[in-house]
Design a protein. Structure first.
Length: 454
């Protein structure tokens, strides 16, 4: 398998600033984040640095909530770092991240010297993602943020180690950069691209991107101005089940132009939350300091519903993986089957020829045996006929032996390919059945939650 495809995505400063209030609720998936900040942030906010960073985290969580995502971003550590504010955000991101070529080929991490402590800080505080925050400057060339696109083109598979290493982003604070920029950049890390008007395809899935409507709205990942000067910002990720100013906020996955960032995040976020063992609540990436809700309460039933949805998302990922394995097994099976079928046809044809000449030998022999009262020349003529058909039969027998050897030679490979294909079919059907069964579990959990609220 080739190297994982990585890609940078940036956010320009052309979007207007926005203030969004934060409301807390129970979440099923918690992603822990490490925030590094520069001298410029310290100079601007002084003793209020932590409050400013927490405000950005709160706005990000509000975006998740407004998107109907059961996801929480948790700040596990923030720390000053001695790094310049003046270079371009792309340069900063590349220095924050390991040299990916070296990382993938030799499993060695060479990052900018200012960021040598990142690995230890990440492990020490259990951080799944890393953000570098700096004040926005004119030198940033209109770029408010930049991030790697996680799992780009992998259909939701974040298992390769490179995706953990690229769970990095650089974010500009203030100036033209709104607080929701962080949710946009982390959206890239979670496998999203911008929109159909800006990118050739979605990120980890073809439909994993933002959505918008001309001169109406654009979701978090899309640039509003690309959709027209009068376009408004919708502060949520694309989701066809949500309403954006009277229109669906996305397009279902099975339709042309599909855009469903929320469905993608539901698959990728649990994988990101497992990047680094949490140290904030006894090693669990889920939950927090709040005691569990009472059994049978709407809060507890909501958590069960959320957990079952996450299980469904994981099972869908397994089904997708099994489908890819099935497709991968189908090609060698078809090729081996064609070779086997050709060899079998040749063997069967040789058998038919052998039988045909054997019948001729028997007929000719019977004629010869019945010619004892005939002339010698006639008997010799019949004997020559017997010999001719016997020679043809012997040649046909040799062909039978040759084609049998060829058939025997290709049969093991065909049988192995057939077994692999059948196993892949069984595994896919099992995964598909598990998804169907889990959908029923989710529906039951949803109904229990709805009934408890009533």
């Amino acid at each position: 398998m080739g190297k994982p495809m990585t890609k940078l995505a940036r956010l320009c400063s052309c979007a207007a600033a926005a203030t969004i209030a934060f409301s807390s609720s129970a979440f099923a998936t918690t992603i822990d984040v490490l925030v590094l900040y520069t001298d410029g942030v310290t100079a601007r906010y002084g003793a209020g640095v932590e409050s400013r960073i927490n405000q950005v985290v709160n706005v990000t969580n509000q975006v998740y909530s407004d998107s109907d995502l059961n996801l929480q971003l948790r700040l596990v550590h923030s720390q000053h770092i001695n790094y310049t504010d003046n270079n371009h955000p792309q340069t900063a991101l590349e220095e924050l991240t390991c040299d990916l070529t070296r990382f993938q080929s030799h499993n060695e991490c060479n990052r900018g010297s200012a960021f040598n402590a990142v690995d230890n800080l990440r492990d020490q505080h259990g951080a799944d993602m890393v953000i570098l925050m700096r004040p926005y400057l004119a030198a940033h060339d209109g770029v408010c943020g930049i991030a790697w696109i996680g799992g780009n083109g992998t259909d939701g598979d974040f298992s390769n180690k490179v995706w953990r290493e690229t769970a990095m982003s650089v974010v500009g604070l203030d100036g033209p950069c709104a607080d929701w920029v962080t949710s946009h950049e982390l959206g890239h890390n979670m496998g999203l691209t911008h929109s159909s008007l800006q990118d050739a395809r979605g990120g980890t899935y073809t439909w994993a991107w933002g959505h918008g409507k001309a001169n109406d709205f654009a979701t978090i990942m899309g640039y509003a101005w690309v959709f027209g000067n009068s376009t408004r910002k919708a502060y949520n990720f694309s989701n066809p089940d949500l309403d954006c100013y009277g229109s669906p906020c996305g397009i279902p996955k099975n339709q042309s132009g599909a855009a469903d960032a929320v469905a993608a995040i539901e698959v990728t976020a649990p994988q990101i939350a497992a990047y680094t063992a949490s140290t904030s609540d006894g090693g669990s990436d889920n939950g927090g300091d709040t005691p569990p809700p009472p059994a049978g309460s709407p809060e507890q039933l909501k958590q069960i519903f959320i957990q079952e949805k996450e299980t469904l998302a994981a099972l869908k990922l397994v089904k997708d993986q099994k489908k890819q394995e099935l497709l991968a097994a189908k090609t060698p099976y078809k090729e081996a089957h064609l070779v086997y079928k050709t060899a079998l046809k040749a063997y069967q044809s040789a058998l038919n020829q052998q039988q045909k000449f054997l019948d001729k030998v028997n007929v000719a022999t019977a004629q010869y045996n019945a010619s004892s009262g005939e002339s010698l020349s006639y008997q010799q003529k019949l004997l020559a006929k017997v010999q001719k058909h016997t020679d043809s039969y012997n040649a046909a027998t040799q062909l039978v032996n040759d084609t049998a050897q060829q058939l025997n030679a290709v049969t093991p490979a065909y049988q192995a390919a057939l077994n692999a294909y059948n196993a892949a079919v069984t595994a896919f059907n099992t995964a598909k059945d598990a998804v169907v069964a889990q959908k029923a579990v989710v529906e039951e959990a949803k109904q229990n939650y709805i009934n408890a609220k009533a």
